[in-house]
Design a protein around this ligand. Structure first.
Ligand SMILES: NC(=O)c1ccc[n+]([C@@H]2O[C@H](COP(=O)([O-])OP(=O)(O)OC[C@H]3O[C@@H](n4cnc5c(N)ncnc54)[C@H](OP(=O)(O)O)[C@@H]3O)[C@@H](O)[C@H]2O)c1
Length: 223
């Protein structure tokens, strides 16, 4: 897969791994569009990286996803890479009833339904490009589920399964399907505040992704 002269959409691209990917794609000579819910975070990202194009979008909202697609189709029809990166992570006590599960951010809607929907929405646009890619960001926890984050781990296992089916179904097309599988990364994932938890730097994940893209290594397991 070429690594320059692409037009890339990164969901959840204002922070963490998504922003590191955005930075790397911009520096490598690509046009990058990022989206997320918090306008302030998008503004901070474009202050750091003025060439970024930003768009407020909640990927769990059907209306939000449709208007994102229509806006891209109108303004950036050359888009040829979709990165499903937006994600949320929660600690859920399975012994404490359903209240925590049914309130707050939905891991199932964000981490599983949104990437499935966006993938299906964007496939027709990607099919008419010389070269295109879909990169789904799962997690090492897809195959090593933790007790503390049972729903998160289930969504990542589901996204892994979906990505394999997608790759098989698109194998006779121009669309290459990648799965980025990070280990623990130093971002604010799962935190109410902006504090960053321990792990490898997001830039290391972005570097591994670029290298794998260049070499058509579809399963990108970052150590
Ligand atoms: N950090 C790790 O250790 C780790 C390890 C493996 C995999 N991952 C995966 O990597 C991806 C990025 O996570 P991260 O670690 O970089 O954490 P992060 O900095 O919290 O990034 C998550 C991004 O997703 C966006 N987002 C969340 N819900 C959204 C929604 N409904 N609509 C649109 N955007 C939404 C957030 O922006 P808004 O809140 O402004 O919407 C944020 O920019 C996730 O899929 C995560 O599961 C992370």
């Amino acid at each position: 897969m070429k690594t320059k002269d692409n037009t890339v959409l990164i969901t959840g691209g204002a922070t963490g791994i998504g922003f590191a990917l955005a930075e790397m794609f911009v520096k490598s000579g690509n046009k990058v569009i990022i989206c997320g819910r918090r306008e302030k975070k998008l503004e901070e990202a474009s202050t750091k990286l003025p060439r970024l194009v930003t768009r407020v979008c909640d990927v769990t909202s059907q209306q939000g996803r449709e208007s994102l697609y229509q806006w891209i189709e109108e303004h950036y029809p050359e888009l040829n890479i979709l990165i499903n990166n937006a994600g949320v992570q929660r600690s859920i006590n399975l012994k404490a009833g359903t209240q925590a599960f049914i309130t707050g951010d939905s891991e199932i809607d964000t981490n599983l339904i949104a990437p499935i929907y966006l993938t299906m929405q964007f496939i027709p646009l990607l099919l008419n490009k010389d070269e295109a890619a879909i990169i789904n960001v799962s997690s090492g926890l897809r195959s090593r589920p933790s007790a503390r984050m049972p729903v998160y781990c289930a969504t990542k296992a589901g996204l892994h399964s979906f990505t394999e089916s997608l790759r098989n179904q698109l194998s006779d097309t121009n669309i290459k399907v990648f799965e980025l599988v990070p280990p623990r990364v130093a971002t604010s994932l799962g935190r109410e505040d902006d504090a960053v938890s321990g792990g490898i730097p997001p830039s290391a994940v972005a570097e591994a992704a670029l290298k794998a893209l260049k070499e058509d290594e579809y399963e990108i397991i970052v150590e």
